[in-house]
Design a protein around this ligand. Structure first.
Ligand code: ASP
Length: 324
């Protein structure tokens, strides 16, 4: 039997217990819609096109911490990272620390396809994006974000949020600082057995200007290899990078574990070596199996596999996530 094409998307791992039911529902609706739309691209085009499109729609939604919805740095700027990988060719493209473009994932893809490099950062990446024809977007810093910034900043100044001492201390002593991890990502496999992975983020609130996390680093926030599978992660970037989470997950699949076993094993290593409440991951293996695991309170996720009537969508571990 041939491979059933599937797209699996995520809208971040984090403490969604703190969100209102309305905010959670908004995410579920978007995840459902975006899984449906990107599945159409998967069927008519390829896994690579589908993961880029899914992430682009999530960037455009403004509801997730990527593209339009990106959070602010310590000096009230937006600095976004994104990465994409084609499992057929092992081609990679990534962009880091860009401030004023709505779709970092598409810039990452152009870097993959039209340059000799895999990762371009900062002002040079922005110049390159303009050269590629992307239009700068000045609407990324909103009043709403500035208000939220003030709350987070005030709490930090008062010492309610211990921050910027050392990343490990931040993660261990103030997990609440990372409550709003809404990074977006996607993995897919098409009917030719090609896999792809994509991920895009604004990082996290109050990050130092110039900080680059796991998202544009190949093997950390994303990885794809037709001989293994594809993975896309979300969570505390410094933790994810230390264990090269997505590559580790793909290596488990390469060694014969299913996507589900690989995700569980990768998150178990992360939890043991770095700590709990640090990240989540989604994956697809080369046989078309899917998996996910997280050590955070929740992970926004949606999957659409050929033959399903509608996508499965869930955020919390206890929520039904029915794939039939
Ligand atoms: N991994 C992202 C970062 O550290 C954040 C996230 O996943 O929400 O930049």
């Amino acid at each position: 039997m041939g491979i059933k094409p599937l797209i699996f998307i995520h809208g971040g791992a984090g403490n969604y217990r703190l969100f209102s039911e309305e905010a959670l529902q908004r995410r579920r609706v978007l995840l459902n819609e975006i899984a449906v739309k990107s599945f159409e691209v998967l069927i008519s085009k390829s896994a690579l096109d589908a993961v880029e499109y899914a992430v682009k729609l999530m960037e455009d939604s403004g509801a997730f911490n990527a593209g339009l919805g990106s959070v602010l740095t310590l000096n009230k700027r937006v600095e976004m990272d994104a990465g994409i990988m084609d499992g057929k060719t092992l081609n990679v493209g990534a962009v880091a620390c860009i401030s004023n473009f709505g779709n970092p994932i598409s810039i990452a893809r152009r870097i993959m396809e039209e340059t000799d490099h895999i990762l371009i950062a900062g002002v040079s990446a922005e110049r390159l994006a303009e050269f590629f024809g992307f239009k700068p977007d000045s609407s990324l810093i909103t009043e709403e974000k500035l208000e939220r910034f003030k709350k987070v900043y005030d709490a930090w100044i008062k010492g309610e949020r211990k921050r910027m001492l050392k990343i490990r201390e931040i993660v261990m002593s103030s997990p609440d600082l990372f409550n709003f991890l809404d990074t977006v990502g996607a993995v897919a496999i098409d009917s030719d057995g090609n896999v792809a992975s994509a991920v895009s983020t604004g990082g996290y609130w109050l990050k130092l200007p110039g900080r680059i996390g796991d998202v544009p680093l190949v093997g950390c926030g994303f990885y794809a290899d037709n001989e293994a599978g594809a993975a896309s992660a979300s969570g505390v970037g410094e933790a994810i990078a230390k264990v090269t989470l997505s590559k580790m997950c793909c290596d488990f699949m390469r060694n014969g574990f299913s996507a589900q076993e690989a995700c569980e094993k990768a998150i178990a290593v992360l939890t043991r070596r770095i700590g709990d409440n640090t990240a989540g991951i989604i994956a697809v293996d080369k046989t078309g199996g899917y998996g996910f695991a997280f050590n955070t309170a929740g992970m926004c996720r949606s999957i659409f596999i050929e033959g399903m009537e509608k996508p499965a969508v869930a955020i919390f571990p206890e929520e039904p996530f029915i794939v039939d």
